[in-house]
Design a protein around this ligand. Structure first.
Ligand code: AMP
Length: 278
């Protein structure tokens, strides 16, 4: 595997290549990231993993400086999973002096994490647009763990006619249900136990729907009970259409149940798709 740090180096490596995959990450790789890299490896000729902790998607007072970083470990893991190129640009390579463009998707970024983290998705879509232009992949891989981000990225490439296919891969979880996240590194043993409340809340909602309780109030009550048992006050717990994030009154078709909560120092998110016909 080759590590590149500049767009010009990257262009040399990619010249004339076909079947290019991009897996964008902020590093501190875990099995969730690795599942995306493995899927890219299985489906594409050349796999580029990008490693960039994007300052633009962190708000004031968020964990940009504390965000865990370990490039040597990430590099070894990406190589083991069959990545061909690790693209790890410095901040100035992505945002040189005088950089002044923002790429923004309206509407679907107003709710959930977009409401809780003003400016976050503009940071995401700006960096994703840049990475797609730098690498020019045929396929880019994202995780369902960040369901709203995947939806926003799909809209970005559709609205701007970007010639790339977006693949969204399932959420990878610990055996006890906790969704893998680089931010899990912040959790103490005690907080990690409490953090299980998020995935338990989603399972309780799935059980409620499987039992025929499809009204939003019932589904949310089942989920909220699990959060309360874990001592978690959610930042949001919402049912929305999985297609466009419109609010829904009942689970009917593909419905997203999304939760975010602060547990200790970690802001955690998780979600599940409910269909009402389980
Ligand atoms: P991040 O490094 O957190 O920006 O994540 C990079 C990519 O990995 C994003 O597309 C995430 O949705 C995806 N990802 C993060 N955690 C998971 C997980 N537990 N399962 C599947 N994909 C994940």
């Amino acid at each position: 595997m080759k590590t590149t740090r500049t767009v010009s180096e990257l262009r040399v490596e990619l010249a004339g290549r076909k079947g290019i995959a991009l897996v964008p990450t902020m590093g501190f790789l875990h099995e969730g990231h690795l599942s995306l890299i493995r899927q890219a490896r299985a489906e594409c000729e050349l796999v580029v993993v990008s490693l960039f902790v994007n300052p633009k998607q962190f708000g004031d007072g968020e964990d940009l400086d504390a965000y865990p970083r370990d490039e040597a470990r990430d590099s070894a893991l990406a190589e083991e999973c069959g990545a061909d190129i690790l693209f790890a640009p410095a901040r100035e390579e992505v945002y040189p002096d005088g950089f002044s463009t923002t790429v923004e998707v309206a509407g679907v970024t107003d709710v959930l994490c977009g409401a809780a983290r003003p400016g976050h998705f503009a940071g995401v879509t700006t960096v994703v647009a840049k990475l797609l232009n730098m690498v020019r992949p045929d396929v880019a891989y994202f995780g369902q763990k960040d369901a709203q981000q995947a939806l926003v990225v799909r809209k970005l490439v559709r609205d701007l006619d970007m010639p790339v296919r977006i693949e969204v891969c399932p959420t990878v979880r610990e055996p006890d249900g906790l969704a893998l996240s680089s931010r899990n590194a912040y959790l103490s043993a005690d907080e990690r136990e409490r953090a299980l409340g998020l995935s338990r809340a989603l399972r309780a909602a799935e059980d409620a729907v499987a039992g025929g309780r499809i009204a939003a109030d019932d589904v949310l009550a089942a989920a909220r009970e699990q959060l309360q048992q874990a001592g978690i006050e959610p930042e949001y717990l919402e049912l929305r259409s999985a297609k466009d994030l419109a609010p829904v009154e009942r689970v009917n078709g593909s419905t997203l149940l999304a939760v975010a909560a602060q547990v200790g120092r970690a802001r955690l998110i998780d979600n599940t798709i409910l269909t009402g016909d389980q």
